[in-house]
Design a protein around this ligand. Structure first.
Ligand SMILES: *[C@@H]1O[C@H](CO)[C@@H](O)[C@H](O)[C@H]1NC(C)=O
Ligand SMILES: *[C@@H]1O[C@H](CO)[C@@H](O)[C@H](O)[C@H]1NC(C)=O
Length: 725
């Protein structure tokens, strides 16, 4: 193992860093480490004062509209609208950034060296990739490609007044196509690649898209629905390294061209750019709502640059030295906002995918490297589900090692947790350095070893996972709160805030106000903290829903001062330091027969920490005075229990059906509920155990792995009825 930068030689002489290198010797070293770890903080703690306890991050502000409690970011008295003067739109910003960073690395992609299929023992086939190093293009080169694509798009026959849709996995050409459209003031429609057929047809039809840009693997899907795509005229497909994946859709009324053909067309006959204005609609983003067909959110150029400007102020020392690993869907607002920030700051963006992220990811060929180990990113975005998975992976590996490794890990973790939670001084002192070197460095190499900041959003992150990632990855996590309707920009926790469960103060591009919700019992006059529905106002608030005036009027309002507000439906409370905490969701609250309100989301959040529970949906029929739950059972935990309890069963579904299994899970749920201080009415009285996980492909959870209540209710209607029988 290399000596890390800055680690002192006495550490090295102890020769204990090998312990976490799984070599399993050096017990004396470990002992010494423990003794020293106790002495060091005592000796050095005085040097490391400076914990940012009690720092004020958000302050009250006067705003228009109804009675409320409103807060703004403490660092800025005026809302920020643009990252710098002269960049009112993403098209302007992009061109200026490319001029400024011409020779810097910008977009990086890994070539496929080899693709193969392996067959598992049960006969299923898995694709495995051997990927090469990152190949980079500079800001200058990418700008030329964007200009060419913009020209080629029109030359191909795309009418500049109609819309383009992008339906593809995240990749460099996705961003190039997006920026190309912006250069010609063409609105881009985005659709999650995981959305179903009906949602795809609905969004393409509703926005009368005439050109679709997609990856070549979509050709079959398109063929199947071609008769229902009435407005479509052109299809541009991204080429793959593999010939066999070439786009096949041929005989039809469509003009079909590859991405590079369009670039070539534009290079040969350039067209003058037609840059948009700040109120032009840049993107219509379809979001998988939890009910019905997806809604298209109209995002202006002004919204994108506002969120970009605001987030740039909260990532410490953001600049052209940073390397960002892009792998989340670009059709999701969170990733689009993050990449906008990176390009505005001149960072390098390396593309990857969730299935090739680390050396041990599913699609990575054994013995070859994952995206993170090759790229060594300094910045990374993640959704909580991914961080939870990383955490489970690390814990599992440590448990497998057992013995000294396990003990040392837990000891080190406890020490660090105590420090991070502020129970003693020295959060960043020498002891941290030591534990990092001995224990955590090994874990960090899984993500390249250079991470210095993580952005997390999309859903609430549990406090345990936040601490775990904080400590093991050694990088602070900025937790963002935002919605497609606010172009991701609403609140963002600051890097020096180690508290958990909160999403920070409002971003400097918007104000956040709480409005009392009498019916649900959340009031701005509540003590000790004001509570109410979260309403976001400012430059990141979007123009509303496409072709849906009614819904737009319901949740977007302009106040007498001209500020635009979005009513999120989330319930929050403001801490005294101006940080927001999300505590509930309006529509997840049910009034039971006897008049008590129960919050389904709150119960689910509490019970999901139960070992036997993989996923859970709580359901409450207002005509009864108790709630029930659908529980996706955890294979690992229940099989272990069955073994210990000596239960005989054929397969996992059979185990889930056994009354004694249901009783066991109910009991453990009840225990967790009590320790989380849930009321009696909040503890599910009956449950149904389900053996199969809920996946985005099944349509039962969103791409960010949030449960879709309506879909689950429909699918398990009979089971739910039986629970109330
Ligand atoms: C497409 O939209 C039009 C209205 O704009 C509607 O009349 C038609 O039924 C839709 N077609 C499909 C296939 O959804
Ligand atoms: C850009 O397109 C929008 C339609 O989205 C249009 O209203 C606007 O006038 C266009 N802007 C320019 C500068 O052409």
């Amino acid at each position: 193992m290399d000596d890390p930068k800055g680690s002192s030689s006495w550490l090295k002489s102890l020769n204990i860093s090998d312990i976490f290198g799984w070599k399993g010797h050096g017990e004396y070293g470990a002992l010494a480490a423990i003794v020293i770890s106790i002495l060091v903080p005592v000796l050095f703690s005085a040097l490391f004062f400076g914990k940012k306890k009690g720092k004020i991050r958000g302050v009250p502000v006067e705003v228009g509209g109804e009675e409320c409690f409103a807060v703004r970011n403490a660092r800025k008295t005026e809302l920020v609208e643009v990252p710098w003067k002269g960049a009112p739109t993403m098209a302007h910003l992009f061109e200026q950034s490319c001029n400024k960073y011409t020779r810097n690395q910008f977009l990086g992609t890994r070539k496929i060296i080899q693709k193969e299929f392996v067959t598992s023992s049960d006969g299923r086939k898995f694709e495995k990739l051997h990927l090469g190093d990152y190949e980079w293009e500079t800001y200058g080169e990418v700008f030329a490609r964007v200009s060419n694509f913009a020209s080629g798009l029109l030359k191909l026959g795309h009418n500049g007044d109609s819309r383009v849709a992008i339906f593809s996995d995240t990749r460099a050409e996705w961003l190039i196509a997006l920026q190309g459209c912006f250069r010609q003031n063409v609105t881009v429609v985005t659709i999650y690649a995981s959305l179903g057929e009906d949602a795809l047809i609905h969004s393409l039809n509703e926005t009368e898209v005439s050109t679709l840009i997609c990856d070549s693997k979509q050709s079959k899907k398109l063929d199947a629905i071609r008769s229902r795509l009435t407005s479509l005229q052109n299809v541009i497909y991204f080429e793959d390294d593999n010939e066999e994946d070439a786009f096949s859709g041929s005989s039809s009324g469509w003009t079909i061209a590859s991405f590079s053909e369009v670039e070539k067309l534009g290079k040969e006959s350039p067209v003058e750019p037609s840059l948009p204005s700040k109120n032009a609609i840049a993107v219509i983003m379809y979001t998988s709502g939890s009910t019905g067909l997806p809604k298209g959110v109209m995002i202006t150029h002004g919204n994108i640059v506002a969120t970009t400007a605001a987030v740039m102020t909260v990532i410490p020392n953001l600049g052209s030295k940073d390397v960002y690993l892009a792998y989340l869907p670009l059709a999701h607002v969170f990733e689009m906002a993050a990449e906008s920030v990176m390009l505005a700051a001149g960072c390098a963006i390396g593309y990857g995918s969730p299935l090739t992220l680390t050396d041990t990811s599913n699609k990575v060929k054994k013995g070859t490297k994952g995206d993170a180990t090759v790229l060594k990113p300094t910045l990374l975005t993640a959704v909580p589900a991914i961080l939870d998975r990383i955490r489970d992976g690390v814990v599992k590996k440590v448990e497998q090692k057992g013995g000294l490794v396990k003990n040392l890990f837990h000891f080190a973790y406890k020490r660090r947790l105590g420090a991070v939670k502020g129970s003693w001084l020295g959060a960043w002192g020498l002891e941290k350095l030591m534990w990092d070197t001995i224990v955590f460095k090994q874990i960090r190499t899984a993500l390249g070893g250079q991470l210095r900041f993580m952005l997390c959003g999309g859903a609430p992150l549990s406090g345990d996972s936040q601490h775990f990632i904080n400590i093991c990855m050694g990088a602070p996590i900025g937790q963002g709160y935002g919605l497609t309707e606010t172009f991701a920009g609403a609140a963002f926790s600051e890097w020096d805030d180690y508290s958990v469960g909160r999403v920070g103060p409002p971003l400097p591009c918007c104000h956040i106000k709480l409005v009392s919700w009498e019916e649900g019992g959340y009031l701005t006059s509540d003590k000790p903290m004001p509570r109410g529905e979260i309403v976001v106002g400012g430059f990141s608030v979007t123009a509303g829903y496409f072709k849906n005036q009614e819904k737009t009027k319901e949740v977007f309002k302009v106040d007498e001062k001209g500020m635009r507000w979005f009513y999120t439906g989330d319930i929050g409370q403001f801490h005294p330091d101006g940080c927001l905490e999300i505590i509930d969701r309006k529509k997840d609250i049910v009034k039971l027969q006897h008049g008590e309100y129960i919050s389904l989301g709150k119960i689910e959040a509490a019970l999901s920490s139960c070992d036997h529970v993989d996923n859970i949906m709580v359901y409450a029929d207002p005509f009864h005075n108790y709630c029930v739950a659908l529980v996706v059972a955890s294979h690992q935990s229940l099989e272990k229990w069955a073994q210990q309890a000596g239960i005989d069963y054929q397969d996992f579904p059979d185990l889930c059906n056994k009354p004694e299994t249901v009783t066991e899970v109910l009991q453990s749920i009840s225990k967790v509920a009590k320790s989380a201080k849930l009321e009696k009415t909040e503890i599910p009285a009956k449950i149904k155990l389900l053996p199969d996980p809920w996946t985005p492909e099944s349509g039962l959870v969103t791409a960010a792995l949030k449960i879709k209540r309506e879909q689950l209710k429909a699918k398990f209607k009979d089971e739910l009825q039986k629970l109330y029988a």
